[in-house]
Ligand binder design. Structure first.
Ligand code: FCB
Length: 459
């Protein structure tokens, strides 16, 4: 793509995105819905984990969250007021199939049915994610993602949800961030289910990929128009001039998922690490074929690059088994309230790399955003730091398109402040502020700014 098609001369310095570029916002079920025990929903691993003391700051849970389950119509109106064209949400597996398999809970499916209708009535395109980390607890009790059977159960569940929503939903994302689910969930243990077993984490990663492939196949057979997989991707930058440590971490974080899903093979350097942690016996004949389904979109969740250098004698970082002798460097510059480096250039290089290395798949940014310590002033929230963050990342996205990346949309994380996993409600990523005492929604300055971006299709 040349810059001529993406830039305008009408307003000096203005950046216009390609026609049809999709603008929206994203959320996830456990982070916003609340109503944890209503209408037949059973516990997920996040209910169990958040209720176990010590796991989440101040013992916060998703029991109430943003009460979106009851306030979804207000929230859709809010999205419409912001002019959003698309809304990415996730379906809670334990609402739809409380024990993860077998019995379907019609009342749980009914919620998503109403949500989709409400979105469409407001001209907002629904983007469904089938798994954003809330595994039914019953399936965890049977081994969770470390057990192969969970992959097959996931495909069954995908078909059930498609059966109810497939007449109105075009775009289906199987998984959100399988690296996080596997390595924070089963290795470092800072996410549900809180296990600390590297071999189980590598098995979980493989079974998540297999679940993706089986679900993608089922969705395609059922007539799904667009199928996607969302990964958390991070350019790994080696700060000491070397390359081998960056390659190890890139294999674990990025290529472990990209290569099987988009090329049908695991990287050799990654397999060496997996072999040292419990062996390769869980990778069965035919699995890579099953994982390598044609998909239409790769969902990119980008927050920051990862900085590493050689660190002889360093133990492996908890979520990176195999990263012995690698030093994870502190962020070099400004950070968000998460302590994450602010680096839009990482987004540009990532998108360009993806379109170069995996040219057959379209790209959509399914998450990008930042937590800051927002404080309301009267009826407003002046979050200039978030506006600057988003502006910088949109400029980077635009530059990536000009450099040839096949980027088709941008979904900001997040529509609402919400339950930020192990940090509870302390970290605010929303463009809309939530007063958790009253459940009042206050669009932050970033929301009003984003409305203009959407209206102009650019900056
Ligand atoms: C991503 C998650 C999302 C949110 C953001 C900040 O890893 O997918 O749910 O927590 O980080």
């Amino acid at each position: 793509m040349t810059t001529e098609t993406t830039e305008t001369t009408a307003t000096p310095g203005a950046l216009v995105f390609p026609d049809g570029f999709v603008w929206g916002a994203a959320t996830a079920a456990y982070q916003i819905e609340g109503a944890a025990a209503e209408d037949g929903r059973a516990p997920s691993i996040w209910d169990t984990f958040s209720k176990t003391p010590g796991n989440v700051t101040d013992g916060h849970t998703g029991d109430v969250a943003c009460d979106h389950y009851h306030r979804y119509a207000d929230d859709v109106r809010l999205m419409a007021d912001l002019g959003l064209a698309a809304y990415r949400f996730s379906v809670a597996w334990p609402r739809v199939m409380p024990t993860g398999a077998g019995t379907v809970n019609a009342a749980g499916l009914g919620f998503y049915d109403r949500l989709v209708d409400e979105l469409l009535a407001h001209g907002i395109t629904p983007y469904v994610t089938l798994y954003h980390w809330d595994l039914p607890q019953t399936l965890e009790d049977a081994g969770g993602w470390a057990a192969r059977d969970t992959a097959a159960r996931f495909a069954d569940y995908a078909a059930v949800v498609h059966g109810r929503l497939g007449d109105r939903v075009r775009t289906w994302t199987t998984l959100n961030e399988p690296w996080v689910a596997a390595f924070l969930g089963y290795c470092s243990g800072v996410h549900a289910p809180g296990r600390r077993d590297p071999a189980a984490a590598f098995r979980a990663a493989h079974h998540l990929l297999l679940g993706h492939g089986l679900a993608a196949r089922a969705l395609r057979a059922a007539g799904a128009a667009e199928i996607a997989l969302t990964l958390n991707l991070s350019p790994v930058i080696q700060t000491d001039g070397g390359e081998s440590e960056a390659r190890i971490v890139d294999g674990l974080l990025n290529r472990q998922f990209l290569d099987p899903a988009l090329r049908g093979s695991y990287p050799e350097d990654l397999l060496e690490i997996v072999a040292r942690h419990g062996g390769l016996g869980h990778i069965q004949d035919g699995d890579l074929e099953a994982i390598h389904q044609p998909i239409d979109l790769l969902g990119v969740n980008y927050y920051n690059p990862t900085f590493v250098s050689a660190g002889p004698g360093e133990p492996a970082a908890p979520p990176f088994p195999g990263s012995e002798d690698v030093r994870f460097d502190p962020p070099p510059g400004a950070t968000t309230a998460m302590g994450w480096p602010i680096d839009p250039s990482g987004l540009e290089s990532l998108l360009v790399r993806l379109s170069r290395d995996y040219p057959e798949v379209g790209l959509i940014i399914t998450e990008n955003g930042a937590a800051f310590d927002d404080k309301p002033t009267g009826d407003a929230v002046h979050d200039d730091d978030r506006v600057a963050f988003l502006d910088g990342h949109l400029r980077a996205a635009h530059a990536a398109i000009a450099a040839g990346a096949d980027l088709r949309g941008y979904l900001v994380w997040s529509l609402l402040d919400n339950f930020e996993w192990a940090y509870g409600y302390h970290k605010r990523f929303g463009i809309v502020y939530i007063d958790y005492e009253t459940q009042r929604r206050v669009p932050k300055d970033s929301a009003l700014w984003y409305r203009e971006v959407v209206r102009r299709n650019g900056l």
